[in-house]
Design a protein around this ligand. Sequence first.
Ligand code: ARG
Length: 460
Amino acid sequence: MDKMWSGRFSAGASNLLDQFNASIMYDRKLYREDIEGSLAHAAMLAKQGILTHEELKQIKEGLSQVQKEIESGEFEWKISDEDLHMGIEKRLTQLIGDTGKKLHTARSRNDQVAVDFRRYVLRKNLEIAEAIKLLMEAILEVANKHTETLIPGMTHLQHAQPINFGFHLGAYLSMFKRDVERFEISFARNNISPLGCAALAGTPHNVDREYTAELLGFDSVSVNCLDTVSDRDFALEILFNISTMMMHISRLSEELVMWSSYEFGFIELSDEYSTGSSIMPQKKNPDVPELLRGKTGRVYGALVGLLTVMKGLPLAYNKDTQEDKEGVFDAVETAEISLEILKEAIKTMQVKPQNMEKACAIGHLSATDLADYLVEKCGIPFREAHFITGRAVAKGEELGVDLSKMEFKDLKEIDDRIQEDVMEYLGLRHSMNARTSQGGTSSERTKEQLEYFKDYLNTD
Ligand code: ARG
C-alpha cells in the first residue's frame, strides 16, 4: 500500500498489475524533461503565492539531488512506482519531507506526461533535422566531384537517358531537404505548452500558464485542456517524419546495394562499413544499406502502431496513450543511428566513374536525342521521329551496336533526311549536356542545383 493513489484502496496492487501497468522502465528516459517541468511548475506556484519561497527553494534543492542520483546511477527505479513522474516525486518527498507533497498542486500526471513527452519529441525534431543536414553535406561533397561523371539515368530500372552522378545524388539532396523542413515545421507547429491543463478540465488554482510556457521554451499555451491531455499528434508527426525520411534512406540504400554488385560495379563500400560471410571467404556484403532498408519497416510499424492506439479513443486521457513512448523512442534511435552510419558509409565509399560510364554505352541512351534531332533539324513531327528512331534502335540491336556508336551510313539508310551532323547528337556526353532546361541534368544545371543545396546548408 505504498502507492501515491492508494487512499481509496484497501488491498495492494498485485505484482502482475505492477508489471503490466508500469512505464517506469522506459519513460525514465524523460527524467530531464520531467525535472525541468517540475521546476517550472514549482516556480510558477511560488510566483502565484501557492508555494512559499522557502518551499520553492527546498523543491529546487531536492530535485537537483534527485537528478544527481539519476545521473550517477544511484536512483532506484521501481516498477511499483509505476512511472517516472511518481518515482521522482516519491524520492523528492523522501528527501525534503512534506513540501515534496505540495509540488503536484494544480497538476496531473496527464499534463505532466504531455509536457515531458512533447518536449522530448520537439527536441528530437530539431536534432534529427541537424543530423540530416550532416548527411546532406556528405552527399553534396561526393556530388560536387561527379558533375561530369556519366551514369545511366533509368526508368523502370531500364536504361533511359544519360545523366551525371552529381545530378543523381542531387535528387536525394532534394528529398532530404524536404525531410529537414518537415521536422522543422513539426517543431514549430507543436511548440505549445500543455502545462496547467491538469487532469482534463483545467484547475481552480490561480496558475499562470504563460509563465510556465515561457520557462520551458514553449511558444504559446494550448487552447483547450481536454484536447491537450489526450493529443498525441506531435508524436504521430515525428513518426511520420521519420518514416518518410527512412523511406528516402531506403531508396538510396537500395541503390547502394545494387551499385555494389558485380553487375553494376558503380561503387565499392569501404571495408570499415562492409561485412564478410562466415562461409564464403570472397564475400564483401553491403550489410549497412541492407539494414537501413530493413529498419525502415520497423519505423513504419511504430507509426501504424500509434495511429492504431489513438484510433477511436474517447476524450480525454486514457491509459492506452502510455503505449505512445516505446515506438517513438525506438524510431528516434533508429533514425539517429541510421543517419550517422549512412553518412559515414557515403563519406568512405569509393565511386567508380569508369564503370558508370561503361554502363552508359549499352541500352541506346541517346535514342531520345536522335528523335529530338529529327524534330529540330529535319522538321519531322515527334511521333514520326519516335518511329524512325525505333527503327534505328532495331538496326543497332541487329548489328550489335549501341546507337551512340552507330555509323552514319546505317542511319542514313533508315531515313534519308538524316545528315552527318547527327553524329554529335548521338554522343552520350552531348546528350547529358543538352538537357539544359531548369532542373535538368546538364553539368552546368547540375552545378547550379548543387550550389543551391550548398547555400541552403550554409545559411539555414
Ligand atoms: N505513465 C502515464 C503515461 O505515460 C502517465 C499518465 C498517467 N495518468 C494517469 N492518470 N494514469 O501516459
